[in-house]
Design a protein around this ligand. Structure first.
Ligand code: FAQ
Length: 330
């Protein structure tokens, strides 16, 4: 049953006439803006969709530490190292809050971990791209955390209480992450010509993968309709992508950099930028496991899990001894 849940293919929105009384009452609560809490009744598909989305989100935070962790030892100054270290630790914390939120839906953290490590569950496509040099730390903070905030600020109003509440702190921290990335880009873009070239190159390589973070186009998005009806998602993938481009292009201009899309132009009529679609065949390839770093990322997570076995075993042995002492004292 759990395997089917993870493989959930998405469905259209159920017509109210086909809903049971309980389902209709649930939808009315959502429409009124009520928060759904763990012990409340919820449709099975709502629960499964949340486990899928929150689980993927948690995995993204955890795997997302790897591309940046790669640069902690090579940060150019002590200050930059401390900042990057703090940021990467924050991502670990986000993963933990999100696993806890998913656990309130009846799935265990061990099960989620197992499904990440086996490749059954997804994590964000963006973390399957390499970080080749220090400028990538700027581009990741600015664009990847920037895209994450764009998606997550509305999720503070999502219908599921534990997810919405986890998002409040996460968004505050993501905002610091975005600023630190932009600060790196500022330094590099105003530095030597070679540094400015590195910043432009990092922007060139990160731009389209960042646009892919919002998911496939609305026409291809299997889950959006139902997730939006249930306020699990507050905006469509294309809406958020457009908002991200509108905010980010002026930030690139301020840096004196150019987004790598000759068709990216302000459209007065729509009050937003026109821009080129990412290469969707690349996106689907990456989420199928064939991106540049998928194998490396999963291998790193599997190694960390295996290397941590002695810690888990030690904690379990300690808990068992403690329990045995408690029982003996009764
Ligand atoms: N990557 O029907 P939709 C971060 C899959 S956190 C991989 O549109 P949905 C912080 C999707 O799962 C970044 N797979 O799906 C940080 C589905 O496949 P499935 C993560 C993707 O769920 C920064 C299929 O495609 N943020 O970056 C992606 O309605 C720096 C069809 O798609 C979240 O998870 C993708 N980009 O919308 C950490 C936010 N896009 O499951 C470290 C919460 C789509 O049926 C360093 N999640 N797919 O097999 C969401 O808002 C949504 O889940 C979307 C996707 C918008 C990501």
């Amino acid at each position: 049953m759990y395997a089917q849940m993870v493989k959930s293919t998405g469905q259209g929105v159920k017509d109210p006439s086909e809903m049971t009384d309980q389902e209709r009452a649930f939808q009315e609560r959502i429409d009124r803006g009520d928060r759904i809490e763990p012990k409340d009744w919820m449709p099975e598909h709502y629960r499964k969709t949340l486990i899928r989305q929150i689980g993927q989100h948690a995995h993204s935070e955890i795997v997302g530490q790897l591309p940046e962790g790669n640069w902690i030892t090579r940060a150019p100054t002590l200050e930059r190292k401390a900042i990057l270290l703090a940021k990467v630790q924050d991502e670990a914390g986000h993963g933990l809050y999100l696993y806890c939120a998913a656990e309130t839906l009846g799935v265990s953290r061990d099960q989620l971990t197992e499904d990440l490590l086996s490749g059954k569950m997804k994590y964000s496509s963006i973390f399957n791209y390499p970080t080749l040099n220090w400028a990538d730390m700027g581009a990741v903070g600015w664009l990847v955390d920037g895209a994450a905030i764009m998606n997550q600020v509305p999720l503070q109003r999502t219908s599921y209480g534990p997810y919405a509440r986890a998002m409040v702190r996460i968004c505050k921290e993501e905002s610091f992450h975005q600023r630190q990335g932009y600060d790196i880009m500022m330094k590099m873009a105003k530095g030597t010509p070679a540094q400015k070239n590195m910043a432009q190159d990092a922007l060139n390589r990160t731009w389209f993968p960042a646009l892919m973070m919002f998911g496939p186009s609305d026409a291809e998005s299997v889950h959006s309709a139902q997730s939006m009806a249930w306020k699990i998602k507050m905006n469509s993938n294309d809406e958020l992508r457009q908002k991200f481009v509108n905010e980010t292009v002026p930030q690139a201009e301020f840096l004196g950099l150019t987004v790598p899309d000759p068709d990216c132009k302000w459209n007065e009529e729509k009050g937003g930028y026109d821009f080129s679609e990412p290469d969707w065949s690349e996106f689907f390839d990456v989420i199928k496991g064939n991106g540049p770093c998928n194998t490396e990322r999963l291998a790193a997570r599997n190694k960390a899990w295996d290397d941590g076995k002695w810690v888990r075993d030690g904690l379990m042995a300690h808990a068992e001894k403690k329990e045995a002492r408690r029982v003996a004292a009764e």
